[in-house]
Design a protein around this ligand. Sequence first.
Ligand SMILES: CC(C)(COP(=O)(O)OP(=O)(O)OC[C@H]1O[C@@H](n2cnc3c(N)ncnc32)[C@H](O)[C@@H]1OP(=O)(O)O)[C@@H](O)C(=O)NCCC(=O)NCCS
Length: 146
Amino acid sequence: MQHYQIRPAQMNDIEAVKKLANANRHALGFVRRASLRESCQRGWLLVAQAHGQVIGFCHFRHCKSALRTTIYELCVEQQWRGQGIGRALVEEVKRQLVEQGLLHLQLKAGANLPANAFYEHIGLQYIREIEGRQPSLKLWQWWPAA
Ligand SMILES: CC(C)(COP(=O)(O)OP(=O)(O)OC[C@H]1O[C@@H](n2cnc3c(N)ncnc32)[C@H](O)[C@@H]1OP(=O)(O)O)[C@@H](O)C(=O)NCCC(=O)NCCS
């Protein structure tokens, strides 16, 4: 049986999400509490929970005018990695994208991060490298099957 739950974040999850983001600042950059709060209110923040604790999150945005969903940050607590939780968070974002009639998912990841191999493994398409930052970013996309 699945030992964790994926659910929309509530305002009282924000501190736990922020703590997890801070612990992974090398990969995620600085994540603003205000931005997490705003996304939480809009339903654009998912958490993974186990034993009553937040053990992962995905922060994203559905943009109806661009027909696109963008993942800003995705993170699973170190000791919970490799159990399908990161994939489950992305799957829920994809499910919402399809439900809302949007056309594609995109995200950018630091070119040096192991997460790039994860994105490839779960079926995202590598598009191109975005120069101008050090390290550069890799752009990934996904489209629902026609
Ligand atoms: C990237 C991250 C979210 C993945 O979460 P996770 O819960 O460990 O991933 P999952 O267990 O769902 O992995 C799904 C599949 O991808 C594979 N995978 C996971 N991490 C991988 C990696 N670094 N390289 C290659 N494959 C990987 C798993 O083995 C699994 O394969 P399987 O389904 O064939 O068994 C997690 O490693 C993390 O939080 N990293 C730090 C923060 C970060 O870098 N975030 C992304 C910033 S852009």
